[in-house]
Design a protein. Structure first.
Length: 407
């Protein structure tokens, strides 16, 4: 801490972060705790699942979650990060090179969020027990999302009122209200863009998310995304940021969109594609031939994982957690989200309060645009609401929309 910091009374905070994967890759989650450095008081904590990923992805996700909480809750504070991941600490300190391409966007997002004087300290695992506990709670499904401060004692009167007067909004929306349940009724609008085609898309091969080795955009895919970005360009002044899944094809698509719109690029792991496990890179026919029993069990099911990867329920959980984080960070704004087929369909089903089974009845074209808004309504203006304003739209010339973007 510098003399200037002392003289100005600059607050000091500590971030304790961790992440884990049961399988590496496998079901993964992160934990992050934001504390006052002087008193040890917990300012906020976050434990959330991110679907199938590696240990390193989960650890970086924990770091990003902690830095995001610090940026939102104590933006002017001096930050010290404490982790038991030697890899993350050394890479973020600049002493080790980042060789894995999948880590680059996560490290870039952490660098964007961290104040310039952030310090990184390695600690033994035993000294990182709080964050580790949050990781395991998220993996066990007993918690998800940010909690501010220490848990408060429940108010008996408010609990009775909730039980006697249940809200009319569906539970799937009620659970996603923390960041946008303030007094404003200005909608938070997500412009959902599917990535452009890759060689896997053209050959109709399964392409998963963070645990997969995916090809980048083809020349056709880049042209598709460029056309969509140009179509969205007149809306640039209304867009707050471009948010992307960290998978290669979505990052490449998002970079094009962000460049055209002149906006910053953020990464949200929750919006990665479903993990297809051992099916990844295979065509439907190849999977049917090699893994017929698995395919039969998966088709039409919400709870069976694809090829040992993720189920639709698992994807829904992490997508909605990612949605919450975006709503928290960009409340009342318009955000372009570059993602994949399954996450976008999941967000649409959530927005229109349709059963998750509806994802089987939706078609979504490469580089298409879907728009959903989340806002507060009802008689007292406090009920969470959502609406779909556009679905699977394409730029003029693709025989879907020929009159420009409107909503």
């Amino acid at each position: 801490m510098s003399v200037d910091d002392v003289e100005q009374g600059r607050r000091r905070v500590v971030i304790e972060a961790d992440g884990a994967s049961r399988g590496n890759p496998g079901p993964s989650a992160y934990g992050a705790v934001l504390k006052d450095a002087e008193t040890g008081e917990v300012i906020a904590e976050d434990g959330s699942a991110i679907g199938v990923a590696t240990n390193n992805v989960a650890e970086y996700s924990g770091l990003i979650a902690g830095l995001r909480m610090a940026a939102e809750l104590v933006p002017d504070a001096e930050v010290e990060v404490r982790m038991d991941s030697k890899l993350v600490v050394e890479q973020m300190s600049g002493r080790w090179k980042i060789k894995h391409p999948g880590m680059l966007p996560l490290a870039a997002e952490a660098t964007r969020l961290a104040p310039p004087d952030t310090t990184y300290t390695w600690v033994p695992r035993g000294q990182n027990s709080h964050a580790d506990r949050l990781v395991n709670e998220a993996l066990d499904g007993t918690r998800s999302g940010v909690t501010a401060g220490a848990p408060a004692e429940p108010d008996p009167d408010s609990l009775i009122e909730e039980l006697e007067s249940p809200a009319e909004a569906p539970p799937s929306i009620q659970t996603q209200t923390r960041g946008w349940s303030g007094s404003t009724s200005v909608p938070t609008t997500l412009v959902l863009v599917r990535h452009g085609v890759t060689v896997h898309t053209a050959e109709k091969r399964f392409s998963g998310g963070l645990a997969s080795a995916n090809p980048g955009l083809s020349d056709e895919g880049r042209a598709q995304v460029r056309a969509t970005a140009d179509w969205l360009a007149p809306l640039a002044e209304r867009v707050d940021a471009v948010v992307a899944s960290p998978v290669r094809r979505t990052l490449e698509s998002a970079e094009i969109v962000a460049e055209v719109l002149g906006k910053s690029l953020e990464v949200e792991p929750g919006f990665a594609e479903m993990e297809f496990g051992r099916w990844d890179g295979l065509t439907f026919a190849e999977v049917a031939q090699r893994f017929k029993g698995e395919l039969d069990a998966w088709l039409g099911s919400l709870d069976v994982g694809a090829g040992g990867g993720e189920s639709f329920r698992t994807v829904e959980s992490r997508v909605l957690a990612g949605l919450q984080r975006v709503l928290d960070a960009h409340a009342g704004k318009t955000v372009v989200v570059v993602s994949h087929v399954t996450p976008i369909k999941t967000l649409v089903a959530h927005a229109v309060d349709a059963p998750l089974e509806s994802v089987f009845r939706m078609e979504l074209s490469p580089a298409s645009v879907t728009v959903v808004s989340f806002f507060l309504g009802g008689r007292d203006g406090t009920e969470p609401r959502a609406s779909m304003r556009m679905y699977n739209a394409l730029p003029p010339g693709n025989d879907v929309f020929a009159s420009g973007v409107r909503w």
